[in-house]
Design a protein around this ligand. Structure first.
Ligand SMILES: Nc1ncnc2c1ncn2[C@@H]1O[C@H](COP(=O)(O)OP(=O)(O)O)[C@@H](O)[C@H]1O
Ligand SMILES: CC(=O)OP(=O)(O)O
Ligand SMILES: [Mg+2]
Length: 396
């Protein structure tokens, strides 16, 4: 039997799974995913060539509407195909690694407890991530579970980028800007030199615009600043999350309006962002297709905030060489990219509309002093690499 690494990537609106041969983690042998959980679930399971497995179990997965149901169904759906492999390690995307984790790590009971303790810092992700750990452990008890962290890539940020202007005792106990989507940014940093060229080693901003959305400023492929913070609630407005907001608004809601902390948390995590502002949908496809003026205003606000933050991050880099779009919206929503690039015209970005309509890879003109790109993310292949590294280190 072929030794293999299985990968689970549980996001806020999706569950993704991939299986790799241990000796080749560059291309998955099998991929399965359920996206749009909670709103418009869609599912597919494909082989190494991207061909849907037929007669596919995807049809049974598609209507699933909660993370645990999707996770169980996805694991069951691939069980027969995975049985042809000896799964040696299971790599998990774990959204919050706190201060202690800058690298992938094997998950023993102590590590699992420590990660569970971080749940209040990532309530929409960490419980689902850990449910994936438990479910995979039951199915593959011999395989080593490995945690690969969304926060790890940003541990290279300078102290100024991590600080909040609170009394310093807070930073000392870990109240700092961690940043997220690090596995996605690690992938972009790894592949950008081959696609973008020399500019990838200069001043680059990557825009991970998915259900969750953030930006990362990189110099020479390393994170130097990012928009998400202590939690994945900060920065850009997202599908359902508010993004950055005057903290005085929260005090007002708590102290003047008498809202409970739980109600405020629900407002900021689940009822805000594109969904709250539009009153139409949390899905960019619906907003772009809608003729409701509130949908148009929500899309414009998303682009405005992205461009405003790009300007801020460009200041931390002392200028900008390349802008990369990735994740669901970044890879597929041409009108959103066009508007953001247009708003970044002052930085030297100039859109090539035909290339943008074709989803890139280069979407800026030859004269553009800031080049703009679309690069599909692949968090799973990064997780596979991390899991393999931990597995092999354990062997020696
Ligand atoms: N063709 C498309 N056009 C516009 N937006 C899209 C398209 N496909 C996906 N999206 C957006 O991408 C989001 C999902 O992004 P994704 O990165 O897959 O999510 P997750 O954070 O759950 O991994 C959806 O909410 C939707 O708004
Ligand atoms: C950290 C985060 O927001 O992840 P996702 O985009 O998967 O929700
Ligand atoms: Mg995601």
């Amino acid at each position: 039997m072929t030794d293999a690494v299985l990968v689970l990537n549980v996001g806020s609106s999706s569950v993704k799974l991939a299986l790799y041969a241990l000796d080749d983690v560059s291309a998955a042998r099998l991929r399965g995913r359920v996206t749009g959980i909670g709103t418009r679930p869609e599912a597919d399971i494909v082989d190494a060539d991207g061909v849907a497995l037929a007669p596919g179990p995807a049809a049974e997965l598609a209507p699933k509407s909660s993370h645990p149901a999707c996770l169980d169904a996805l694991l069951a759906a691939v069980a027969d195909d995975a049985a042809a492999y000896e799964v040696r390690a299971v790599g998990h995307r774990i959204v919050h690694g706190g201060r202690d984790h800058a690298e992938p790590v094997a998950i023993d009971d102590a590590v699992r407890d420590a990660l569970e303790a971080l749940t209040p810092l990532a309530p929409g992700h960490q419980p689902h991530n850990l449910a994936g750990v438990d479910a995979a452990r039951k199915r593959w008890p011999e395989a080593i579970p490995v945690a690969c962290f969304d926060t790890a890539f940003h541990r290279t940020q300078p102290r100024q980028a991590e600080l909040f202007a609170l009394p310093r005792a807070y930073a000392d106990r870990g109240v700092i800007r961690y940043g997220f989507h690090g596995l996605s940014y690690e992938h972009i940093a790894a592949v950008a030199p081959d696609i973008v060229g020399e500019a990838a080693r200069g001043r680059l901003i990557a825009a991970h615009l998915g259900h969750g959305a953030s930006l990362c400023a990189m110099r020479d492929g390393k994170s130097v600043a990012t928009t998400m913070g202590f939690t994945a609630l900060d920065g850009l407005p997202m599908a359902r999350r508010s993004g950055a907001i005057d903290p005085g608004v929260l005090l007002h809601l708590l102290q003047e309006d008498g809202m409970s902390p739980e109600a405020v948390a629900d407002l900021l995590h689940n009822r805000s962002g594109l969904y709250g502002l539009s009153g139409v949908s949390d899905d960019m496809r619906d907003l772009l297709a809608s003729d409701d003026p509130n949908a148009a205003e929500a899309v414009e606000h998303f682009c405005y905030r992205a461009a405003r933050e790009i300007g801020g991050l460009a200041a931390t880099l002392g200028g900008l060489d390349a802008l990369v779009f990735t994740a669901g919206i970044g890879e597929h929503a041409a009108p959103v990219r066009a508007r953001i690039v247009e708003l970044c015209g002052w930085l030297g970005a100039d859109l090539d509309p035909a290339a943008n309509a074709a989803d890139g890879p280069r979407i800026s003109t030859a004269d553009s002093t800031v080049s703009a790109w679309v690069i599909p993310t692949d968090e799973e292949s990064r997780i596979a690499r991390g899991a393999r590294t931990v597995l092999q280190a354990g062997r020696t």
